[in-house]
Write a new protein. Structure first.
Lengths: 148, 384
């Protein structure tokens, strides 16, 4: 992950690009112009040409704010990502399927107990596990304060 | 001295039977040797908990006069097959609501299907039954709609046409984009290898040539008691096998049934595979009688004795190319990483080892407690 900027300002955001913007290289601009480094956690263009992208952004706080203002000017909708993921321990069957998709090893299979261990401190709330868990035991909890 | 099932049952009833789970049996045979293990151990219990798509519920929902000949039936908007007698129907685990978006926005979520209805019923929840008929002289009603619980259904049997696959493919992706399969999401360019079965705990690895399992074998099914009805669909009696009888590809399968009213939602879970569809994770455990040294030998199978075929799911599997990239043992898979085409690939299970072990242990306790005796199969599964 983005270890080199852990001391900087770090946010996970979901960007929604309207069809007329989804072809523009705006993420490249925020990187070059505002010196924001980014990691793409998820990206998709729907059949209606709307773009969805989950980014982990890192950089000086002032630059981050300017970059967000720039994105808004371009018509990009910005939603702070759900910042916490939790597990329903009663529901989890410890199959292990989520461990394939977790990008930072916060979900791992204990080699001795064969249980899936969830380390919430490592979790960046990318949401992959919530999509792939076959019994829907992983939940993204939206930080409502952040959304307001 | 060979034993009979009757002798083992007499020991079970007297509370004197020696029962081990299939993982414990591996160690027991190592420690005491085959001869002593065959003499001392009476039963080995197996267990597996895994998605098993060929599963479903055969049910009767009773008449509420005026009577109906239901030709279209659904539970919680999941269609059931109504082409049976008046109020009989069959709900399949992979069935989806008619208005499900499927994979139109790829990858689809498949949030609720037949497997989830089965889980809800077993969990004691009420589901919405809708039935339509065309009206006859003897069955005049055209529509019936009501909430039903499992307790209110006059008859509900889990009836699974193919469960407990003996071995299965290890799925990898040699292609350049993420694929969504019934083996879960497989990342491009060999970045994960997804595998199933519970290895040395798996029922059909412990009786690989079907010397004891067949029609009439009493089993653990979904937390209750079930029965083997015979070979399941796609049962392959004569695959290539290792010296100890373990198949080199997916081979034997089981058809099973059991009364849902004795089952629990812990061992029957509706599952959603992103981009693929819905299914049902089934808990299945089979007791193997240790009749002789041969059965002690078979049940001593360890994870290292089980080779499983690695297959490409980007091109080969969908195109029906039978290429096996290599075989890896279940022990290698369990170590968390396998080597494929010179690359270390994380190995990711779909079968819950924790619940598989729990099932084998539960069945062991039932037998030790004297409440579960063994049955003699009336017709063994075909073996080549």
């Amino acid at each position: 992950m983005m270890a080199d900027c852990l001391k900087g300002y770090r946010k996970i955001v979901i960007l929604t690009f309207p069809p007329e913007v989804s072809g523009n290289p705006v993420v490249c601009v925020i990187s070059k112009k505002y010196d924001i480094s980014f990691s793409i956690l998820q990206a998709q263009i729907t059949p209606r040409k709307e773009g969805h992208m989950t980014l982990e952004l890192c950089g000086p706080e002032e630059n981050y704010k300017q970059a967000m203002a720039y994105l808004q000017e371009q018509g990009v909708r910005i939603t702070p990502a759900a910042e916490t993921v939790s597990r329903d321990d009663d529901s989890c069957v410890h199959c292990g399927m989520c461990t394939a998709m977790c990008p930072n090893d916060s979900l791992t299979l204990d080699p001795v107990t064969r249980r899936v261990v969830f380390d919430s401190d490592r979790c960046t709330a990318c949401g992959m596990c919530t999509r792939v868990c076959p019994v829907k035991a992983m939940h993204a909890d939206v930080d409502m304060e952040q959304l307001q | 001295m060979p034993k009979t099932i009757q002798e083992i049952n007499a020991k079970i009833k007297a509370g004197k039977a020696v029962v081990l789970d299939a993982e414990e049996m591996v160690q027991a045979v190592k420690d005491m040797g085959l001869k002593a293990a065959a003499e001392q151990v009476d039963v080995v219990t197996t267990g597996t908990f895994s998605p098993m798509c060929s599963s479903g519920m055969l049910f009767n929902f009773g008449q509420e006069p005026p009577t109906i000949k239901a030709s279209s039936v659904s539970l919680n908007s999941i269609p059931a097959y109504g082409g049976l007698a008046a109020v009989d129907a069959y709900l399949g685990a992979t069935e989806l609501p008619k208005d499900d978006p499927l994979n139109k926005v790829y990858p689809g979520q498949f949030k609720y299907g037949g497997g989830h209805v089965i889980e809800d019923l077993v969990a004691g929840k009420a589901v919405r039954l809708k039935a339509k008929g065309y009206g006859t002289d003897c069955y005049p009603r055209r529509e019936l709609e009501k909430q039903v619980t499992l307790a209110e259904l006059p008859y509900a049997q889990l009836l699974n046409p193919r469960n407990g696959y003996q071995s299965y493919n290890v799925a990898v992706n040699l292609g350049s984009k993420l694929i969504y399969t019934y083996m879960g999401p497989i990342k491009a360019k060999l970045r994960n290898a997804n595998y199933a079965t519970s290895g040395c705990l798996s029922p059909l690895f412990n009786d690989p040539l079907f010397k004891t399992i067949g029609l009439g074998t009493k089993i653990f099914l979904g937390g209750g008691v079930g029965w083997v009805l015979g070979a399941g669909t796609q049962h392959n009696p004569a695959p290539k096998r290792t010296e100890r009888g373990i198949p080199l590809s997916a081979a034997g399968t089981l058809m099973v049934r059991g009364d849902m009213k004795g089952m629990t939602a812990r061992y029957l879970r509706g599952v959603s595979f992103v981009g693929y569809g819905c299914s049902l994770a089934v808990g299945l455990g089979i007791p193997i009688p240790i009749l002789n040294e041969e059965m002690a030998y078979y049940t001593s199978v360890s994870d290292a004795d089980i080779p499983m075929p690695v297959k490409d799911y980007s091109q080969d599997y969908p195109q029906g190319v039978p290429r096996v990239l290599k075989h890896v043992t279940y022990a290698e898979l369990k170590s968390g990483s396998i080597e494929v085409e010179g690359k270390q690939v994380p190995a990711v299970p779909l079968t819950s080892w924790v619940l598989s072990k729990e099932i084998a242990q539960t069945l062991k306790q039932w037998i030790q407690g004297g409440q579960f005796t063994l049955t003699e199969a009336q017709e063994l599964l075909p073996a080549g």
